[in-house]
Design a protein around this ligand. Structure first.
Ligand SMILES: Cc1cc2nc3c(=O)[nH]c(=O)nc-3n(C[C@H](O)[C@H](O)[C@H](O)COP(=O)(O)OP(=O)(O)OC[C@H]3O[C@@H](n4cnc5c(N)ncnc54)[C@H](O)[C@@H]3O)c2cc1C
Length: 332
């Protein structure tokens, strides 16, 4: 698709930061509404869904579709609109400035520093999962994650765990709550793997007691030693070797380590408000709210996972549609 687009020196109606599911949809919708957009994206392999082998909640794909293929299809959908939408990749946005007539975005494209100007700006940078570190590296888990034997998202994959034994990685309240949520899907068993990290460190007494009681009620066991390696990929199992020599075998693994990067830097530089979990706060039209006044920041939108809401692709699409329709009606 779009080969090497030409950067319009006179600027765009919209500049979209991030070309995952939300950013690509924002670009497409802009073209359909007869406006122009530049999508600046680091590349599909930085999208959260790039490593999702089979997504079951995408309408039109009754047997599921991979995140990789869905991104390719969304990129291809921009093809007919190349005169209105420039898809710049690999392009990394580094800074944004509000100007008198919109926004000015500094980015690097083809190793050259560039600037894109837009009358409105859509932040669609997504978020990045924290990956378990084993032996100082993050790649040991990749074959199991790519084979959908280790999952990351309760909403996306919880339904796959019914009747299965599950090892959940994590040691904090988020991990415990994730393990409790997974029990709702009626797995055969759930065991929390704290991977050598102090369990519920720093959690106040009453909350700790409550989490421990809920774990016990739900029958969630715990195994504390550090993980040192994995086996079982051929057998489609997740077999975990631990530092103390023990070995545990599960039908599925689940990483509950939270986020590595919530991409807060650019929205913070523009005065955005964040919720307690670190997501950008918007109104219903996905306008970013000012931290100072609580009012929408003119021309600034946030869509997809980065925005407070549910981290799902249909939501990424819906928020992109809302933002672009609003921007075209009000600012462009
Ligand atoms: C393992 C897994 C399985 C999943 N399964 C499902 C599922 O079955 N169903 C479902 O609905 N959802 C699923 N999800 C969630 C889904 O992937 C996300 O909700 C979706 O990707 C969010 O879209 P987004 O556009 O907000 O972010 P992303 O798709 O993550 O895209 C963000 C984009 O921003 C770009 N970017 C980041 N920083 C910069 C920068 N500085 N400059 C330029 N570009 C930048 C990246 O290159 C990336 O392309 C799954 C997620 C994971 C991790």
């Amino acid at each position: 698709m779009p080969g090497f687009p030409k950067l319009r020196e006179d600027g765009y109606d919209l500049v979209v930061l991030g070309g995952g599911h939300a950013g690509l949809q924002a670009g497409l919708k802009t073209a359909l509404l007869h406006h122009t957009a530049a999508i600046l994206d680091r590349g599909p392999k930085y999208s959260r869904s790039y490593y999702a082998p089979r997504m079951a909640n995408i309408p039109g794909w009754p047997t599921g579709i991979s995140g990789h293929k869905l991104l390719d299809l969304q990129i291809a959908a921009l093809g007919p609109w190349a005169d209105r939408v420039g898809y710049f990749t690999p392009a990394r946005a580094s800074a944004v400035r509000a100007t008198d007539d919109g926004f000015s975005v500094e980015f690097e494209w083809l190793k050259q520093p560039r600037v894109a100007r837009g009358r409105a700006l859509v932040l669609a940078l997504g978020v990045v999962d924290r990956i378990p570190v084993v032996g100082g590296r993050i790649d040991p888990i990749f074959p199991w994650a790519n084979a959908a034997l280790v999952d990351f998202c309760v909403f996306c994959d919880g339904h796959e765990l019914t009747g299965k034994s599950v090892g959940v990685i994590g040691a904090d309240p988020f991990a415990v709550r994730t393990a409790l949520d997974l029990v709702e899907f009626e797995p055969k068993s759930v065991e929390l793997l704290t991977h050598g990290a102090p369990f519920l460190a720093g959690v106040p007494g009453p909350e700790r007691e409550q989490l421990l009681a809920e774990m016990e009620r739900a029958g969630i066991a715990r195994h504390d030693p550090e993980m040192v390696g994995f086996d079982g990929i051929r057998e489609k199992r997740w077999i975990v070797r631990f530092q103390d020599g023990s070995v545990r075998e599960y039908d599925r693994g689940f990483s509950a380590l939270g986020w590595y990067d919530l991409h807060g830097e650019i929205p913070r530089s523009l005065g955005a408000r964040f919720d307690p979990d670190g997501y950008v706060v918007t109104d219903e039209d996905c306008r970013v709210l000012s931290d100072r006044t609580g009012e929408p920041i003119p021309g600034l939108y946030c869509v997809g996972d980065l925005r407070n809401g549910w981290n799902q692709i249909p939501e990424a699409w819906a928020t992109a549609e809302r933002a672009v329709i609003h921007a075209c009606n009000f600012y462009l």
